[in-house]
Write a protein that binds this ligand. Structure first.
Ligand code: PLP
Length: 234
């Protein structure tokens, strides 16, 4: 059986070869190891193998893992990649490096309020529904371009880029990743501080190679590192 360290090494090599063939610098692609449903002990194995960025999807599970004996005090950059509801913002603000899954102005307002109260700046991405699948979270592209100006007005938060979950079909996925990259370009044109808008969080175990080709700066990989999940995911 392959170990977590083997899997991380293999993905690292893969990132290198995709970057090589597309003329990208591998240091511009950040690997986020997605550990939802997996025990803290396995996350620790990834960290011991040199992994720094860890992604979690559920608030309660994230808090438990962050505070666990195996992981507290470890050099981890935590990413919240699940869909974040407004009433959960207070639980994670100040505890994560980046929030990927926000798709409502109300949630951003709450994030701004909570960050202000703690006197920190919170970084976040807006989730975009690029596939148009009704079961997926995220603003659709037209909503994003219409609503974006309101996102720029709030204090103590920083919009850093966009996130999407693509269709299972690889052809469609490429089109959706390209759409996200184009949307980020458009946002930069209207943003007061476009130099902050640098991140494209896209690509998972099945399609990260395509995502890197289309400009991903963060790929979120679970299964290819930690193995299949038993629990059914929403
Ligand atoms: C679970 C999850 C991933 C990782 O998916 P894999 O297919 O296991 O690599 C990435 N992004 C989000 C938002 C997820 O919920």
């Amino acid at each position: 059986m392959e170990t977590i360290a083997d899997n991380l090494r293999k993905i690292g090599l893969d990132i290198g070869s995709v970057c090589n063939r597309t003329g990208r610098d591998p240091s511009t692609v950040r690997l986020i190891a997605v550990s939802k449903t997996k025990p803290a002990m396995l996350v620790r194995k990834a960290i011991d193998a040199g992994q720094v960025d860890i992604g979690e999807s559920y608030v309660q599970e994230f808090l438990e893992k962050q505070g666990s004996e195996e992981l507290s005090g470890q050099p981890v950059r935590w990413h919240f990649i699940g869909h974040l509801q407004s009433n959960k913002v207070k639980d994670i603000v100040g505890r994560v490096t980046l929030i990927h899954g926000i798709d409502k102005h109300g949630t951003v307002r709450e994030l701004s309020k909570r960050a202000l109260r703690r006197n920190i700046t919170a970084d976040y991405l807006i989730e975009v529904n690029t596939s148009g699948e009704p079961t997926k979270f995220g603003l659709v592209p037209d909503e994003l371009t219409m609503q974006a100006p309101r996102f720029f007005e709030l204090p103590h938060i920083r919009l850093r880029g966009l996130m999407t979950i693509a269709s299972p079909d690889r052809k469609k996925a490429r089109h959706e990743f390209r759409m996200l990259a184009n949307l980020l370009d458009r946002l930069r044109k209207i943003a007061p501080e476009p130099e902050q808008l640098t991140e494209l969080s896209m690509g998972m175990s099945q399609d990260y190679d395509i995502a890197i080709e289309e400009g991903a700066t963060m790929i979120r990989i679970g299964t290819a590192i930690f193995g299949a999940r038993n629990r059914k995911m929403p």
